[in-house]
Design a protein. Structure first.
Length: 404
């Protein structure tokens, strides 16, 4: 591996720093030193400060083997996206992935219990068998690996004194980094990782588009560049900050992160159409997996918040044409998710209420548009959210003005 921090390779790093580049990093062994127990892993304060600064100049994502919930707690307040379970979360939301992992746990748990010091970590979308504390590390690893490789529908990904079991159909880290690059509209990406779980990214790395950097020594690796030790992550982050200064001192002609050659108006319109496409795509997925589309679930949720709401008020609340809403409500009524009652004093008015089945449907939000919105809103501050809401309201008013 070439030492990326060496002076002769600075032009390569600078080329990425001056472009629309995604910075993607592993957590354990990369941002944080490897700990004896996963719960003990923590970034050094200097690393945390540098990462926060880098994430304000580059689109930044942490791609980790930990669950997203675990990683969110360790990266609280950081302006970074988080992809968990070796690339599977949140991309792989399908029930089949969870079933594959649950089945693998049932098969492996009795075997792991036979080895003192080893333990199994269930992260819903993947499993990790930790054998760092085992008195017979090599032998226990051989037993665990042999048992895991006999399981149906899984991939076995070795780590540093840990064996990771993921669903074969789930996205790996390479797919996750590429999806993040496209999502952030970046031309290039830098990925930094430290072990075998990161090799899927290193294998597709190309110096012109994707810069793969491995932390620490490795007998075999596809990474073209490396850092000598974990502590050098601070030097790499500092170099990225130095090569991409903020404010007026930025390199003349360098495009800021997220800036588009289309200009602000066309770029914003492109993002709006992208949002519309993403909403429709997620809605179709919800229909297949959950049995309700995005608009149908939103209708149920609003009805749950506004008991006995009229159809007219619901149409106004959801900004839907009454005829469009009528079709949505008829389908939900046929499926037994809501009831429609004619107003006794005005037969033109219809009141809506959820059935027990409808209320149960609104409680299952995993993978819904609502869950995605909740996760994103949780990563922004109240002031940013207020600005975004005001912008959307102003745009709605402007588009509706003068249109009958």
């Amino acid at each position: 591996m070439k030492p990326i921090l060496a002076a002769r390779y600075q032009p390569i790093l600078a080329a990425f720093a001056h472009d629309r580049t995604l910075v993607a990093l592993d957590f354990d062994g990369t941002l944080a030193p490897i700990a004896d127990r996963p719960a003990s892993a923590v970034m050094r304060p200097t690393t945390a400060r540098l990462l926060s600064a880098v994430a304000r100049r580059f689109p930044c994502v942490v791609v980790t083997g930990r669950s997203r919930r675990d990683a969110l707690a360790r990266l609280e307040g950081m302006p970074v996206d988080i992809i968990g379970n070796h690339g599977a979360e949140p991309q792989a939301r399908g029930v089949d992935v969870r079933r594959v992992i649950a089945r693998a746990r049932r098969a492996l748990e009795p075997i792991v219990r036979q080895w003192p010091g080893a333990w199994l970590e269930d992260k819903t979308f993947s499993l990790s068998i930790h054998y760092r504390q085992s008195a017979r590390r090599e032998r226990s690893r051989e037993v665990f690996e042999a048992a895991a490789r006999n399981l149906e529908g899984v991939r076995v990904v070795p780590g540093k004194l840990v064996l990771n079991i993921v669903a074969r159909e789930a996205p790996d880290k390479a797919a996750a980094v590429e999806a993040a690059r496209r999502r952030h509209d970046c031309r290039r990406a830098i990925f930094v990782g430290d072990d075998h779980t990161d090799e899927s990214v290193f294998r597709v790395a190309r110096p012109s588009r994707l810069l793969g950097i491995r932390v620490g020594p490795a007998v075999e690796t596809s990474a073209g560049f490396g850092l000598r030790r974990q502590e050098d992550i601070d030097r790499l982050l500092a170099a990225l900050l130095r090569l991409r200064p903020a404010g007026p001192g930025a390199k003349r002609g360098a495009r800021r992160s997220g800036e588009s050659p289309l200009g602000p108006t066309l770029e914003f319109m492109r993002l709006l159409w992208g949002l519309d496409h993403a909403l429709q795509k997620r809605s179709k997925w919800m229909a297949r997996v959950q049995g309700v589309t995005g608009p149908q679930r939103l209708s149920l949720r609003v009805i749950g918040h506004m008991p006995h709401v009229s159809a007219g008020l619901l149409a106004d609340t959801l900004k839907l044409h009454p005829s469009t809403l009528t079709g949505v409500l008829q389908r939900l009524e046929r499926r037994g998710l809501l009831t429609r009652t004619v107003d006794g004093s005005d037969r033109r008015r219809v009141h809506l209420a959820l059935t027990d089945r409808g209320r149960a449907t609104t409680r299952a939000s995993r993978g819904s548009v609502e869950e995605a919105v909740t996760q994103v809103l949780g990563r922004v501050g109240p002031s940013d959210l207020a600005v975004a809401a005001d912008l959307l309201r102003a745009l709605v008013r402007e588009l509706e003005a003068g249109v009958s």
